[in-house]
Design a protein around this ligand. Structure first.
Ligand code: GLN
Length: 511
C-alpha cells in the first residue's frame, strides 16, 4: 500500500481497508528488506513508529484525523527529534539525543504522521552525493553503484525505494532538488521563511530551508502543508506565508489554465536543441566560466519536457534574456563564500563542552577543543570551516564576504526583473544523471560547480521544485521549476498538470 499516492492511502485508512499499524509495519518491513543495500536510514524507530501508528488508528476511529494521520514518513537526520538519535550525518553528533523536537517534527507529530526513522545525509548537509556521511554513503535505488545525490540523499532514496511515501529534507543550495532529480521523485524547497528552522541543525542559516519529498507534486503539497507555518522561535519565519498548499482541481480541468502560464528558460542555462535531434555524447554550452558540460541525452529529455509543457499542455514559452543575467555565472562562488562563512560561525558551537563528541584525552582546555573538533568533524566540514573562517577574517572580509553579499543582492534583483515577464522559470537541476560512488576524478571545486542550477534560488530565497521527466541508461532525470516568492502552490499545480499527462513519476526501481 505505501507505494500508492497519499490520497489513496488516506482514503484506505478512512475506509478501514488498512490501519496505520499495518502501514507502519509495511514501511518497517521494506526498510528491513532494503536498508542493508541502500543505507537510507541512520536510525529506525520501530517502537516509536508503532506507538504513533496506534495513536493514529485511535484518531481515525474517533473521526479526529488530519490529512496526514497514519501516513508513514521519515525525517532527514538534520531535524531534532526528542528522545531519538539525531546525528546530522556526523561523528560529532553520533550519540546526540535531543531533548526537544524541531518545529517541523512537532507539527507533523500533531498531524498524526508516523515517523519510522531518520535518514542519512551528507555531514551537516554539506555535499551533493551523500558520500560525506559518517555513516557511510547512501546508494541510489535505481543503481546501487551510483550516488542518490545530496545532502538529503537518504530521504530521497527512502522515498524512491518505496520505504516511505514521503520524507522531509532541507535545501541550502540544492539538497532537496538535486537528490529528488537523481532518485526520480518530486521535491520542493519553499520560499525562505515558510518552514521554521527551529530545531533544524544549522548549516548556513540565511540559506537553509526545510522542504518535502514525495512520489508526486500532489503528495509534496500535502506534506508541505503539514510543515509550513509561522513559528516565533525562528526570527526568519514569515507570518504572511501561506501554510496550506492545495492542488486546485480547476487547474486540471478542461479549461487548460496552463495556457495562462508563462514559462521561460534562461539563455545559457537550458540548451535547446529542438526535440528529436540527436546530439553528441556531451555538449558544452556557455563560453564563460564555468562552462557547462551536459550529456546530450539529457538535453533531449529536457527539450521533450518543455514540449509537453508547451505543446501538449499549452503553456506559453519564452526564452529569458534580461540585462545583467551574466551575474548568474558568479552564483556558485557567492554561494560557497556565504555558505562557508555562515557554517564556520554556526559550527563553532560544537566545542565538546555541552554536547557532541569530546576527545578522550587532553591536557588543557585548548587541547580539548582542538582534539574534539579535529576528531568529530569530517574532511569536507573542516574544509568549509577553514574557508569560512578565511573569508570572514580581517583583511579578506571586504574582498570575499562583502563582495559575495553584493552578488547575492544582484541575483535577487535579477530574479525580480525576470518574474515581471514570466511566471515560472524552467531549468535543469543537474548536468547529468547520478554519478558513480567514489568517482575518483571528482575534486571539491568540480563538485561545487555542479550546483550551478540550484544555488541561485537559495541566494534569492525563492521557491523551486524538481520533478522527474525521463530516464537515461535506467537513471532518472529531473526538471526544475522556479517560482516567485510564495508561489509554491503554482509550482505544485503546474507540476501536477505535467504528472497528470505523463507517468514518469509513477516509475519505481526494481524491488
Ligand atoms: N551541494 C551544496 C553544498 O554542499 C548544497 C547542500 C545543501 O543544500 N544542503 O553546499
Amino acid at each position: 500500500m505505501i507505494d500508492s499516492s497519499l490520497k489513496e492511502i488516506a482514503a484506505a485508512l478512512r475506509a478501514k481497508k488498512v490501519s496505520a499499524v499495518e502501514l507502519a509495519t509495511e514501511s518497517l518491513a521494506r526498510i528491513d528488506a532494503g536498508n542493508g543495500r541502500i543505507n537510507a536510514f541512520v536510525t529506525v524507530d520501530r517502537e516509536g513508529a508503532l506507538a504513533a501508528a496506534r495513536a493514529a488508528d485511535a484518531r481515525l476511529a474517533a473521526g479526529t484525523a488530519a490529512p496526514l494521520t497514519g501516513i508513514p514518513m521519515a525525517h532527514k537526520d538534520v531535524f531534532c527529534t526528542e528522545g531519538v538519535l539525531t546525528t546530522c550525518g556526523s561523528k560529532m553528533l553520533a550519540n546526540f539525543i535531543p531533548p526537544y523536537d524541531a518545529h517541523v517534527v512537532s507539527l507533523l507529530k500533531q498531524a498524526g504522521a508516523v515517523m519510522v526513522g531518520k535518514t542519512n545525509m551528507d555531514e551537516f548537509a554539506m555535499g551533493s552525493s551523500n558520500e560525506n556521511s559518517h555513516f557511510g554513503p547512501t546508494r541510489n535505488p535505481w543503481n546501487t553503484d551510483k550516488v542518490p545525490g545530496g545532502s538529503s540523499g537518504g530521504s530521497a532514496a527512502a522515498v524512491a525505494a518505496r520505504m516511505v511515501p514521503i520524507a522531509t529534507g532541507t535545501d541550502t543550495g540544492g539538497s532537496i532538488r538535486q537528490p529528488a532529480a537523481l532518485c526520480g521523485i518530486t521535491g520542493i524547497k519553499p520560499t525562505y521563511g515558510v518552514v521554521s528552522r527551529y530545531g533544524m541543525i544549522a548549516y548556513a542559516s540565511s540559506l537553509d530551508q526545510g522542504g518535502a519529498f514525495g512520489y508526486s507534486a500532489e503528495d509534496c503539497a500535502l506534506l508541505l502543508s503539514g510543515m509550513a507555518g509561522h513559528d516565533p522561535r525562528d526570527s526568519t519565519s514569515l507570518e504572511r506565508a501561506p501554510s496550506t498548499y492545495t492542488i486546485n482541481q480547476s487547474l486540471t480541468g478542461p479549461n487548460d489554465p496552463l495556457s495562462q502560464c508563462r514559462i521561460g528558460s534562461l539563455d545559457g542555462w537550458l540548451p535547446l536543441s529542438g526535440s528529436g535531434i540527436s546530439l553528441p555524447e556531451t555538449v558544452r554550452i556557455g563560453s564563460n566560466f564555468p562552462s557547462i558540460e551536459f550529456e546530450g541525452r539529457i538535453i533531449n529529455i529536457l527539450n521533450d519536457a518543455i514540449g509537453i509543457y508547451c505543446r501538449k499542455l499549452g503553456a506559453r514559452y519564452q526564452s529569458i534574456n534580461t540585462p545583467g543575467q551574466d551575474v548568474l555565472k558568479h552564483a556558485v562562488s557567492a554561494y560557497y563564500t556565504i555558505a562557508c562563512a555562515e557554517a564556520s560561525s554556526n559550527l563553532s558551537r560544537f566545542d565538546g563542552v555541552r554536547y557532541g563528541h569530546r576527545a578522550s584525552s587532553y591536557t588543557d582546555l585548548e587541547e580539548m577543543y582542538n582534539r574534539s573538533r579535529s576528531e568529530g568533524f569530517g574532511e569536507e566540514v573542516k574544509r568549509r570551516i577553514m574557508t569560512g573562517t578565511y573569508v570572514l577574517s580581517h583583511g579578506y572580509y571586504n574582498a570575499y564576504y562583502i563582495k559575495a553579499q553584493k552578488i547575492r543582492r544582484l541575483i535577487a534583483n535579477l530574479f525580480k526583473e525576470i518574474f515581471k515577464t514570466v511566471d515560472i522559470i524552467i531549468a535543469p537541476v543537474t548536468m547529468g544523471p547520478a554519478f558513480d560512488i567514489n568517482s575518483s576524478d571528482r575534486n571539491p571545486i568540480q563538485s561545487y560547480q555542479e550546483d550551478l542550477f540550484t544555488v541561485a534560488v537559495n541566494l534569492a530565497g525563492l521557491p523551486a521544485l524538481s520533478h522527474p521527466i525521463g530516464y537515461t541508461n535506467g537513471l532518472p532525470v529531473g526538471l526544475q521549476l522556479i517560482g516567485n516568492y510564495f508561489d509554491e502552490a503554482r509550482l505544485l499545480n503546474v507540476a501536477h498538470q505535467f504528472q497528470q499527462a505523463t507517468d514518469w513519476h509513477t516509475r519505481r526501481p526494481a524491488n
